[in-house]
Design a protein around this ligand. Sequence first.
Ligand code: IP8
Length: 283
Amino acid sequence: MENHDWMRDLKLNTKNEIIILKLGGSLLTDKNKPKSIREDVIKSAVQQIIDANVKLILIHGGGSFGHPLAKQYAISKGIDSNIKNQIIGLTKTHYAMNELNSFIVNLFLEKGFPTLSIQPSSIFIKNSNDIYLPSIDIIEMALNLNILPILYGDILLDTQGSFSILSGDQIIFNLCASIKKFQISKVIFTMETDGIYIIDKEGDKNNPILATDLYSNQLEFLNLANLEQKIDVTGGIVGKINSIKQICDRNIPVQLINGLKHNYIYKSLKNQKINCTNVLIDS
Ligand code: IP8
C-alpha cells in the first residue's frame, strides 16, 4: 500500500475554513431607480445563506444606494472645493449604504440568525494610494462566536485630508491579505450573469460563450464579451477581473455565479456543481 500521509489529511480536514461571499449591488437593487431594493432577490439570498449554514464573511455592494450619490458628489475623486456640498454628499453616501445594510441585517435578525454589521469606513484608512486595515480582530472574533460579519462598499477617509470610495471588492482583497486565523477556501462573487463571457479566437462576436473553468494566469488574455460599463463608480467587469487577479495571487480560488438562479448561492456555498465561472489557481 502507498505510504499515506494521514497527518496531512487530518490537518486538511480540521482547517478553520471560511468563504467570502460578495452580493453585487446591481443584483440587490434596481440600478434605474435611486434607493430601490430588489426585495425578492435579497430575501432569497439571505435565506440561502442561512440554509447553507457555513462559516463566511458577507460583503455587499452599493447599487442604486451608494453609486448615484458617489457619482453626484464625485466622491471617488477626493476633496474638491468646486463641488458644492461635497462633504455632506460624502456623509449622505455613507448613510445610504447604511440604509441598504440595515435592510439586509434586519432580514437576518427576523430569521433569528446572528450577524454583526461592521462599518468599513470605521475600520479602513487610506494613506495616499494605500488602504489599511489596522486590525482584523473584530472580524475574527465575530467568526469565532459563529456570528456572520457583514461589511459593505462605503466611503473611505484619507490621512492626507481627503476621501474616496471603498468598494466591496477592495474590502475583499484586504480581508484576503489580513485574515490569519482562518483559511479562506474561496471568494464568491454573485452577479446578474452566469460569469465571465468570452469570444473564442474564431468565435462569433454575437455568440459569446461562458468561460466555465479558467486559470488565473489566463485572466489578462481573455477576449471579454461583456464589456459594457454600468453606473458603477468602481469599475465594471474590467475592474472585477483586476480584483480577481489580486485574490488569486493569494492562492484563493474565485467563483463568479448568477445570484438570480434558483439556489445558486446555496449550492456555491455548499460546493455543489453549478454553471458558472471558476477561476482556479495555476500551479
Ligand atoms: O458596489 C461601492 O461599492 P461596490 C460603494 O462594491 C459606494 O463597488 C459607496 C458607492
